[in-house]
Design a protein around this ligand. Structure first.
Ligand code: ADP
Length: 471
């Protein structure tokens, strides 16, 4: 299967981050634009109405003081200063006859408009926005009654306000466009920078898949998450490398150690074929074949159990175990064996309970293996001692013998698979017992250590964490 996926940019996380960022940016900018736009429009609208009202009140006062004539000249002055096409001023009678007005030549179409000559129903002013032929941008009108029932009509073009709003739309649009482009570029750079770490991990993974397990992902500066990914990836590689090395070792060992019994079985079978044998010789050969086969099956089973325990998939039934009882049972079991071998067998157990969490069968097998070795490697007249101790946070059980001991050169290797020192070649064994005992102890969160001086015997100490007793 190819590891390359055609480099489709639309499927990359970088592209998606940029897309999300751009979409979020544009939507939120548009929201801000709309908010400002409507706030601005509303405040312009209010300002216009306020101005119209103030002017209408002013004209009412002038009308009250100077009558129609006074108002007419005021209309002219006002229209001239503001511009006759920008403002419209008119005083009408209740029957809608024009009493006074500014220059209305540019205000055609007003009278044809349904609201062109609106009569306010009461004293309150009425506002309207009307669109006229010469004022397509719209005109804001106020219609206000004077105290004698006439109507002051004032209109002001909305051209300036509309221009302001148009300028705002253009400027804001341009600003959004520039900022969106800038935002996309920055988002792209940031996303690329963050993804660089992931790419580094990917590249290493690709190179590793090509066969080099020694490679590691270098730590970078993209941030903690990427560093954590790199560290987790490197730890995983460390473990894989270890497992592969163990697998290699194991296959080598299997090849080496299973070959001997098979060769022996084959040898026996070959001898049987090389000529006429007596019936008791056939029987002897059959016994040899059965024994070798049993040994082989035993070794294979132990190796399987070891592999399961070390990989953490073995089925342990963990419960509170009184290790003192396990030690005593082991002592009673091995007492007759030690006696047969002419070995003095002692036990030293404290009064207090030695409670640990564990699988009782596995713990029994750990002790059985150590005691079996101690008796196996101790000559008649020697001594084996079983000692248990409760410490602050753990429990230790030591198997001390006065046997042949282990040399400094052998000591670091005795827990390795199939390791047997030269002097033990004459005794039966597979070299797997200590490896399995250590795997069991470690699966319980404990350990086994060995100390020895040649000729002075060996001491094996099992340490297991004490079970926390609820107070
Ligand atoms: P074996 O089946 O050979 O006993 P083990 O894994 O139990 O395999 O032990 C590994 C090797 O460690 C033994 O072959 C022996 O050389 C050494 N060993 C273990 N226990 C003792 C002991 N009590 N005294 C001396 N040597 C020991």
């Amino acid at each position: 299967m190819s590891s390359k996926r055609g480099g489709n940019i639309f499927r990359t996380v970088t592209f998606r981050i940029v897309l999300w960022y751009a979409a979020l940016f544009i939507v939120s900018s548009f929201g801000v634009f709309l908010f400002i736009y409507f706030t601005l429009a509303s405040s312009l609208h209010h300002r216009m109405d306020d101005n119209l009202l103030v002017d209408a009140q002013e004209f009412t006062s002038i009308y009250n003081a100077g009558g129609v004539e006074g108002l007419r000249s005021e209309f002219e002055i006002e229209a001239k200063s503001e511009g006759t096409e920008r403002v419209f001023l008119r005083l009408m009678s209740p029957e809608l006859a024009v009493l006074a007005s500014s220059d209305t030549t540019r205000w055609g179409g007003l009278d044809a408009h349904p609201d062109g000559a609106l009569r306010p129903p009461d004293d309150r002013p009425v506002f309207r926005t009307l669109t006229l032929p010469n004022h397509s941008e719209g005109v804001r009108f106020i219609f206000k009654k004077t105290s004698d029932g006439n109507i002051i009509q004032m209109g002001q073009t909305l051209r300036e306000d509309q221009r302001l709003m148009a300028r705002y739309r253009e400027n804001f649009g341009a600003a959004i466009a520039v900022m969106a482009v800038l935002g996309i570029v920055v988002a792209w750079i940031l996303a690329r920078h963050a993804m660089k770490g992931v790419e580094r991990v990917t590249q290493t993974a690709v190179r590793i898949s090509e066969g080099d397990l020694t490679l590691r992902v270098p730590l970078g500066s993209e941030g903690e998450e990427i560093d954590k990914l790199a560290i987790a990836f490197n730890n995983m590689l460390e473990r894989i490398q270890l497992l592969v090395a163990e697998l290699k070792d194991m296959t080598n060992n299997i090849a080496h150690d299973l070959r001997s019994p098979i060769t022996r079985i084959r040898g026996v079978a070959e001898t049987t074929l090389t000529g006429e044998q007596r019936i008791d010789e056939y029987q002897e050969m059959a016994v040899a074949v059965v024994e070798e086969s049993d040994r082989l099956v035993g070794m294979i089973n132990t190796m399987l159990e070891l592999a399961h325990t070390e990989s953490g998939i073995a089925d342990f039934s963990i419960e509170p175990v009184d290790l003192g009882k396990v030690v005593r049972d082991a002592y009673e079991l091995f007492q007759p064996v030690a006696e047969d071998e002419g070995i003095r067998f002692e036990i030293d157990l404290p009064q207090e309970a030695l409670i640990v969490s564990g699988d009782v069968t596995r713990l029994q097998r750990v002790l059985a293996n150590l005691l079996d070795n101690a008796i196996k490697y101790t000559e008649a007249g020697g001594r084996v001692r079983l000692e248990a101790k409760r410490n602050k946070s753990d429990v230790t059980v030591s198997v001390i013998d006065s046997g042949i001991g282990i040399s400094g050169a052998d000591l670091p290797h005795i827990f390795e698979r199939f390791y047997r020192h030269d002097r033990s070649r004459s005794t039966p064994g597979s070299g797997l017992g200590l490896t399995l005992a250590l795997a069991f102890a470690r699966a319980h969160g404990g350990d086994i250590t060995a100390t020895s001086a040649p000729g002075e015997g060996a001491t094996f100490t099992v340490t297991l964490p004490r079970r926390a007793v609820p107070s």
